[in-house]
Design a protein around this ligand. Structure first.
Ligand code: SAM
Length: 284
């Protein structure tokens, strides 16, 4: 018996339901219920909240979220083999766990959730970034969630919180930090998972800002950062040439050296450039 709930240990659950991990589904399971409860606590006060979990697998984090008091957990799992194990958890917590089987990229969870909503997940590595970007952009913006507490490969987590001046800094950092406060709250070694992945993993906690950190039109900001980082080794006067005929003047006007490279420019300056570009296009 686990010390946390009356359900069997996860190793026994996996053995009984024949849930050997499949690489193509990004399955690296957390079996230590101390650890999953700790991750659930990083999601904040869950009482009175609905929690959306992507990829519950055998249910370690799901159990952590329920033990930590989530009002209701909506779990979306692609692998039908996990359903019997998840049904046992649902039976132990009547009315508090709903499981939808399918691809999280295809399912709209909103009809099954009541605010306030938090999202917590040990994400399948192959769709983690795509889900994050979706939760930060229209039509899912303004956000339906209060916070995101998400496990990524450590390298992806570092790209999310990166500051200017390094290889990790790029479009993902700018998108996230424009709209959210984001921090790494936990880093786990490969041995924390079964089977162990090749790399370390980190949990990132994100909360949405009431308004973007600096004003800018989202479409223009996205065009600027895409052009700048798609050719990140080039000087900005070259990589941004296609955006406006007087790009050097616009860069100068925002205090950006036309010879600078994308990774030297902070979020505030990218937003200033997006605004200047908007004004220049309207004038032209
Ligand atoms: N939450 C469990 C844990 O922490 O032990 C499992 C995490 S494992 C890294 C990722 C889970 O996401 C697996 O259970 C996998 O089957 C599931 N998954 C993979 N692709 C998915 C998709 N497109 N939609 C929903 N779930 C998916």
């Amino acid at each position: 018996m686990s010390t946390f709930d009356d359900l069997p240990p996860l190793r026994a659950v996996i053995a009984r339901h024949d849930l050997q991990a499949k690489k193509q589904l990004g399955q690296n399971f957390l079996l230590d219920l101390n650890l999953t409860a700790k991750i659930a606590r990083q999601a904040g006060d869950l009482s009175g909240c609905d929690v959306l979990e992507i990829g519950p697998g055998p249910g370690g984090l799901t159990r952590g979220l329920l033990v930590e008091g989530a009002r209701h957990v909506l779990a979306i799992e692609k692998d039908p083999r996990a359903l019997p194990a998840l049904a046992e958890i649902a039976a132990a917590y009547p009315g508090r766990l709903t499981v939808l089987q399918g691809d999280a990229l295809q399912i709209d969870p909103l009809a099954h959730l009541t605010p306030p909503i938090r999202i917590a997940a040990n994400l399948p590595y192959n769709i983690g970034t795509e889900l994050l970007v979706r939760w930060l952009t229209p039509p899912a913006w303004p956000p339906f969630w209060q916070s995101l507490t998400l496990m990524f490969q450590k390298e992806v987590a570092e790209r999310i919180i990166a500051r200017p001046g390094g290889k990790a800094y790029g479009r993902l950092a700018l998108l996230v930090q424009w709209r959210c406060d984001a921090r790494i709250v936990m880093t786990l070694p490969p041995e924390a998972f079964v089977p162990p992945p090749k790399v370390h993993s980190s949990v990132v906690h994100l909360t949405a800002l009431p308004a973007p950190r600096f004003p800018a039109d989202p479409t223009i900001l996205s065009q600027v950062t895409a052009a700048a980082f798609n050719q990140r080794r080039k000087m900005l006067r070259a990589s941004l040439r296609g955006l406006h005929p007087q790009i050097e003047t616009l860069l100068d006007g925002c205090g950006i050296a036309p010879t600078a490279r994308a990774e030297e420019i902070d979020l505030e300056r990218f937003c200033a450039l997006a605004r200047a570009l908007g004004v220049a296009r309207n004038a032209g």
